[in-house]
Design a protein around this ligand. Structure first.
Ligand code: SF4
Ligand code: SF4
Length: 343
């Protein structure tokens, strides 16, 4: 597909065109950090940021999501009446989403939509009604290690269009048919712009200093890694606060609850975390992950051993958020290095 070029002075016209069918959301400056919000003007957009504080996973997997509503009246001959919750009523576009955050949606597709039998309708509805316009990373942050986990600063997997910021202009690379249709009216990118984008990719990849090796993790059995002595000391400083899981674009634990008021109620699912003792607490009183060590190990084993083994995907895209947000400075790359280097 042919790369296109767009002058930033024409961005408002592009946004207007995009906004005819989509609610457009993008990273915007929010005090000291950059966070996701609805946008309708190019003035809202930011171009020099490493990544958003919180990932955009809530657009597909909201922190609290209503699954259905119900009414229960004892005098009603219909008895309990359940009503399906409608899906998204308007399409959505995630503009300037980072390639790692889009790759995370692909990783989670393997959990939520493996096949017809494990097809999460809530996830799929939003996935299919969303357009992904990615912004390539110019300056990865020191905690990024995307190139070690099958991703990268210009990674195109899961995108409709990849945008490369060239200063006054943007190079737009259509990746999907939907993306091709969206940018087809724009002029073809000149050769110098294509070369500039290729150079930027090379520089960004070279700027990523943090790397991990997963070869031994893949080669070892689950039991060998599970019983590795490193977990005995590794978990000690962890507070089990769960921050790492809430900011992570690939963490996807949830809990389902019914909330009722009088005769009305709704069933909701809320983000939960494997770091919480309550998450695995059985009504029998038994807790299969009752110790901090169990919960700490689960987080890393799930991402770097169970998911690759079961779905052939790594449950991490190397965004580095968990490392930069952890209150006690636990660095995911050091833990993975430890797992890989276990005797
Ligand atoms: S953010 Fe750090 S301290 Fe909190 S649960 Fe995660 S690893 Fe443990
Ligand atoms: S585990 Fe950490 S580095 Fe990996 S995707 Fe989650 S937040 Fe990003």
């Amino acid at each position: 597909m042919q790369d296109k070029i767009l002058d930033k002075s024409e961005l408002d016209a592009f946004l207007e065109r995009l906004g005819k069918e989509h609610d457009v959301h993008a990273p915007v400056q929010n005090g000291g950090s950059v966070e996701w919000a609805a946008v309708d003007s190019s003035r809202d957009l930011v171009w020099d940021f490493t990544n958003t504080g919180v990932s955009p996973k809530r657009y597909i997997f909201p922190q609290t999501e209503c699954m259905m509503r119900f009414r229960n009246r004892s005098d009603d001959p219909e008895g309990m009446v359940m009503k399906e919750e409608p899906g998204l009523t308007r399409k959505r576009a995630l503009l300037n989403i980072r390639p790692c955050d889009v790759k995370a949606f692909r990783v989670l597709d393997s959990v939520y939509c493996q096949d017809e039998k494990t097809n999460d309708v809530y996830w799929r509805d939003k996935r299919e009604k969303t357009l992904y316009l990615g912004l390539a990373c110019k300056s990865p942050c020191p905690t990024c290690f995307c190139t070690s986990v099958r991703c990268g600063p210009h990674h195109e997997e899961g995108l409709d269009v990849l945008l490369v910021d060239l200063g006054e202009q943007l190079l737009l690379r259509p990746v999907s048919d939907k993306g091709q249709e969206l940018v087809s009216h724009l002029s073809d990118a000149p050769q110098e712009a294509v070369q500039q984008a290729a150079k930027q990719k090379e520089d960004a990849e070279a700027a990523i200093q943090s790397r991990v090796d997963l070869e031994n993790i893949m080669a070892r059995s689950v039991l060998e890694l599970y019983e590795a002595p490193m977990w005995d000391r590794e978990h000690e400083s962890c507070l089990n606060c769960g921050v790492c899981t809430y900011v992570c674009p690939t963490c996807h634990c949830f809990d389902i609850q019914d909330e009722t008021q009088g005769e009305h109620g709704r069933r909701v699912r809320n983000w939960d975390t494997c770091m919480s003792w309550l998450f695995t607490y059985h009504t029998s009183g038994h807790n299969p992950r009752g110790s901090k060590k169990d919960r700490y190990r689960q987080r890393f084993m799930h991402k770097f051993k169970y998911m690759p083994q079961k779905f052939d995907v790594i449950g991490c895209v190397g965004c580095g958020r968990c490392t930069s947000r952890c209150p006690v400075n636990i660095d995911v790359t050091e833990v993975v290095r430890g797992m890989n280097e276990q005797e």
